[in-house]
Design a protein around this ligand. Structure first.
Ligand code: DQA
Length: 153
């Protein structure tokens, strides 16, 4: 990443994540999406990173946000929800934008139903974090920022 420009990260939440807190809390926890966004903003503030955060239930809108990220962000975090297991179009968008993207899931998708064990997007992502509940997002933010600041390895 060039110079001292502040890092910018786009956070994308996919389908049904607007219902967090109410949706299967035994799997996804009690925090609402607003709670998680608030926590992310706090961590981003400590890291000196700007965030843009969007949620959509629509595959096309998520693809539009990924395209938009090219104009603004240095990297992207995405919880693709169910689309992560199925969407060739979201995978293609991630591959197309040439930005590091981190896949995030609250639950451990590998410990659940068989159909959740395949990620369509993981091969085109910088990395994937799952299984830590809301803290998966925080881990993804730190991992992405560390990567963007060139400190990994
Ligand atoms: C999820 C896992 C997906 O399998 C599921 O479809 C979701 C949420 C997670 O954050 O654990 O919607 O992405």
């Amino acid at each position: 990443m060039a110079s001292q420009e502040a890092l910018k990260v786009m956070v994308l939440h996919g389908p049904n994540l607007n219902l967090l807190g109410a949706r299967e809390p035994n799997i996804y926890g009690n925090k609402s999406l607003e709670d998680i966004n608030h926590l992310l903003m706090e961590h981003a503030g400590q890291l000196g990173v700007s965030l843009q955060i969007f949620q959509s239930n629509s595959e096309g809108a998520l693809i539009d946000y990924l395209h938009q990220a090219r104009q603004w962000a240095h990297g992207v975090m995405i919880n693709p929800g169910g689309y992560g297991h199925t969407s060739i179009a979201i995978r293609d968008a991630i591959a197309a934008i040439s930005l590091p993207v981190v896949e995030v899931h609250l639950s451990n998708v590998y410990a659940r139903e068989e159909f959740r064990r395949h990620s369509m997007i993981a091969p085109v992502c910088q990395g994937s974090i799952c299984g830590f509940g809301w803290y998966s997002y925080v881990l993804a933010l730190y991992g992405l920022v560390n990567h963007l600041r060139g400190k990994e390895g």
